[in-house]
Design a protein around this ligand. Sequence first.
Ligand SMILES: Nc1ncnc2c1ncn2[C@@H]1O[C@H](COP(=O)(O)OP(=O)(O)O)[C@@H](O)[C@H]1O
Ligand SMILES: [Mg+2]
Length: 152
Amino acid sequence: MQYTYNIDGLEDLELFANKIAMLLKRDKGVIFLDGELGAGKTTFTQLLGKALGIKQVITSPTFNIFKRYEFSDSALNHFDLYRIQDNVYDQGFEDYWEDTNEISMIEWSSYLPEEFQEMAILKINIKIIDENKRALVLDGQDWIIQALKEEM
Ligand SMILES: Nc1ncnc2c1ncn2[C@@H]1O[C@H](COP(=O)(O)OP(=O)(O)O)[C@@H](O)[C@H]1O
Ligand SMILES: [Mg+2]
């Protein structure tokens, strides 16, 4: 199921992150984040972390590839595949992605091998409209898209 949501500025993105955080109380899992450099993949992850109650500063994992933030009885696993591209296999990240009690945000999911392409509960493709406006092209499991459609 697909749905496009228009974001007017950072406050709007924060409202959207709050909604996603609420929905993740029902089911956790993998979220894909795609879109060109500067689209807002890391910014969205930071706002989601804030909404989940994570107090640590979430920074871009571009140079580390992976960072983990624990909160209450779960964790936010933040990946940025930009620098590893085809080498995902060696990294042993699958264990995190299979864990449905944790959240894994994957920036540049387009670099994942084919077999991992369908594992996300939600795929967010961020299109830059102008400096502050974005279009979020959402695709994912029916329950999450349906809930977002009803709320917005
Ligand atoms: N509506 C918006 N949504 C997301 N980012 C925005 C928005 N408006 C402005 N920005 C800015 O765009 C930049 C996005 O950068 P970043 O999140 O690092 O992108 P990416 O991780 O996709 O490369 C940030 O400086 C952010 O403040
Ligand atoms: Mg980033």
